[in-house]
Design a protein around this ligand. Structure first.
Ligand SMILES: [Zn+2]
Length: 634
């Protein structure tokens, strides 16, 4: 895992963060006269929307501090850089609590250690800025009291909580001390020395012979790791290979990672885990998965489209040249898409699984995913986010204020992601969930509510994905209604759909006949979808006789209506046509796979009927019914 993370160089990285450094930033600059005779203390925070202050990210030296914290070179918290004077002046420990006493007790030692280290760096490197700091300390820190008094209250608070203070000589053009080239070198060596096992060896990430680390130089951020309750999370104390090599059961006793690679691995982890486009967190917050590509080629656009399928990108992907041609053209077979699934345990990260898939395979898989999951909406092809597909298999409830609340089943987003990049069938359990949700939400079918409609479409996408990768692999179901498909379950779904639309149409015309009083049954309290959807999906044959009688009655209603007569004739033909093709093949019981086919037939017929001209009237009817249904639910 470390090896993988260390091998990743993000395109937007700009400059590499040096070993022992991290992108954190500092909150204050202590500006010194070259002879140490004067100073100014300035806050350099960015102001947040809510008026709070935060450090502007930049590379600063850093180190995981354990029980006996060493000072950090030239850029550290106030006790180190400013020392005891700021404790008395800051006024942030007005009380004499045990915590305040502890800070008071420890501050002189920390300040002294900081001075000593900076002086040691100064004598090795000859960096003149160090002399300015040392003289300033010897002169009794001139200007510091005024500097502390000049800070705003908000800035003073940030100083108290430990935002780092950087040191710079007035008029210097080479920035704060910690960014000087020799300082970067000095600190890198220091970290390596402090954290290393004292051994040199081959780093398993970069393959070079270098001093090897014992522990990682920085920590992972706890807020990115599910199930942890600390701000900083340790990956492990030693032994990277035990985790880095998932297949080697027994741990090798030697750590094998250099400071450079260790630093990059941690920086990359924190960056990826904070990016919703590269990290899926389980809704139950038990696991998270991050993904990234390494190697000469990069599949970020393709894989990113799974997270957020903008039509432009998906269309471009589907039209792109075949992978075989691309593969032949470059060395991109070396490139891989990687996933790391992890959870946490108190203050520790627990890697769960790691996958590496050749980019060529990922590309083909992602394209297949979009081909198999397209649905037609308003005459245009559309695709779903993984999160929307996953949510459509979970519960739907009215929350506070009548808003819909969707509950995404645990692990479903990651399961779908894995199917998408490996071109695998979607898990049977998710198909069963989706079917169950289709039944549970059937009574909402006439609602024009975008969430309800969207969930129906998402389930159609899931049915296509399922069928096209299993039972209908050889003869995939198309994006649009497939008139030529003769599977009994698919035809049965279409037949039920037609009968439902016929009912809507019949009630519409019978209630709007010119001059006629609306009939008592013009707005049925429960439609055949409300009453029979669930049984029809599981055993179409059992509901057929009752539905056939109802359809005759609805056709009769349309025949009596001048305006509806044409529509009635169209429905009669369509229903008789399907009935004829089914013959005596109407199934008594449907398996899960057949139910998926039934549902695909039902949805696709609904989409087609609604698009057709004969349904123009039914649409208006549906809108009216939607208002009623919504009223009833509210
Ligand atoms: Zn290395």
């Amino acid at each position: 895992m470390i090896e993988l993370l260390a091998s990743l160089r993000l395109a937007d990285e700009g400059q590499e963060v040096p070993p022992g450094y991290a992108m954190k930033g500092y909150g204050f600059v202590l500006e010194l006269a070259a002879d140490g005779s004067d100073s100014a203390l300035t806050g350099v925070h960015a102001e947040e929307a809510k008026g709070g202050l935060k450090c502007i990210p930049s590379a600063i030296p850093t180190m995981t501090r354990a029980n006996n914290p060493p000072p950090i070179l030239a850029c550290d918290g106030w006790p180190y850089v400013l020392g005891p004077v700021s404790f008395d002046m800051g006024g942030w420990f007005a009380d004499d609590s045990p915590a305040a006493q502890k800070v008071r007790r420890e501050t002189p030692g920390k300040h002294q250690a900081f001075r000593t280290q900076l002086a040691s760096y100064g004598s090795t490197s000859g960096d003149p800025a160090c002399r300015a700091y040392e003289q300033w300390c010897q002169l009794g820190q001139p200007g510091l009291v005024a500097g502390l008094r000049g800070l705003s209250d908000a800035a003073r608070k940030r100083l108290a909580v430990g935002d780092p203070v950087a040191i710079q000589v007035r008029g210097a053009t080479d920035g704060p001390i910690h960014s000087h080239e020799p300082a970067v070198q000095f600190w890198g060596d220091k970290v390596t020395q402090l954290k290393s096992s004292g051994k040199r060896g081959i780093c398993l990430a970069c393959g070079q012979t270098r001093p090897l680390l014992d522990t990682l130089p920085q920590s992972l951020l706890g807020r990115h790791v599910p199930g942890t309750d600390t701000a900083q999370v340790a990956l492990m104390s030693a032994n990277f290979q035990a985790v880095g090599r998932t297949h080697s059961g027994s741990a090798s006793p030697t750590a094998a990672l250099c400071a450079d690679c260790g630093s990059r691995a941690v920086t990359n982890f924190n960056r990826l885990a904070a990016d919703p486009a590269h990290c899926f967190r389980d809704p139950g917050d038990s696991e998270a998965t991050l993904w990234f590509s390494t190697g000469d080629d990069n599949a970020d656009e393709e894989v990113g489209a799974l997270v957020d399928p903008s039509p432009d990108i998906v269309t471009r992907l589907l039209r792109a040249p075949r992978d075989a041609d691309l593969a032949a053209a470059s060395g991109y077979l070396q490139a891989t898409l990687n996933t790391i699934t992890f959870s946490g345990n108190i203050a520790r990260l627990v890697p769960r699984s790691i996958t590496r898939t050749p980019i060529s395979e990922v590309r083909a898989s992602v394209r297949a995913w979009f081909r198999d999951s397209a649905t037609l909406r308003g005459g245009e092809e559309g695709w779903f986010r993984l999160t929307s597909l996953a949510a459509a298999t979970g519960d739907l409830k009215r929350g506070t204020g009548g808003k819909w609340e969707q509950a995404t089943p645990h692990g479903s987003v990651m399961a779908l992601f894995s199917c998408a990049i490996h071109n695998r069938p979607i898990p049977h359990g998710l198909v069963a969930h989706a079917l169950q949700r289709a039944r549970a939400e059937a009574h909402l079918a006439s609602m024009a509510d975008p969430i309800v409609v969207g969930r129906g479409h998402a389930r159609l996408a899931l049915m296509r994905l399922h069928l096209n990768r299993t039972t209908w692999k050889d003869e995939p179901v198309t994006t649009e209604l497939d008139e030529s498909r003769s599977d009994p379950a698919y035809l049965a779904g279409r037949l039920f759909s037609l009968r439902a639309s016929l009912q809507e149409t019949a009630h519409y015309y019978s209630s709007t006949r010119p001059g006629a009083e609306p009939r008592a049954d013009s707005a049925p309290n429960a439609t055949i979808v409300d009453k029979h959807f669930s049984r029809a999906m599981q055993s179409p044959k059992s509901v057929e006789p009752g539905l056939a009688v109802l359809s005759q009655r609805h056709l009769g209603m349309l025949r009596r209506s001048e305006a509806g007569r044409g529509a009635g004739f169209t429905y009669q033909q369509a229903i008789e046509g399907l009935g004829g093709r089914l013959g005596d093949r109407l199934p008594p019981r449907l398996t899960i796979d057949e139910q998926a086919a039934w549902l695909a037939g039902f949805y696709q017929q609904q989409v087609a009927s609604r698009a057709a001209a004969i349904d123009g009237a039914a649409k208006k009817r549906a809108d009216q019914a939607a208002t009623t249904t919504e009223g009833n639910l509210a």
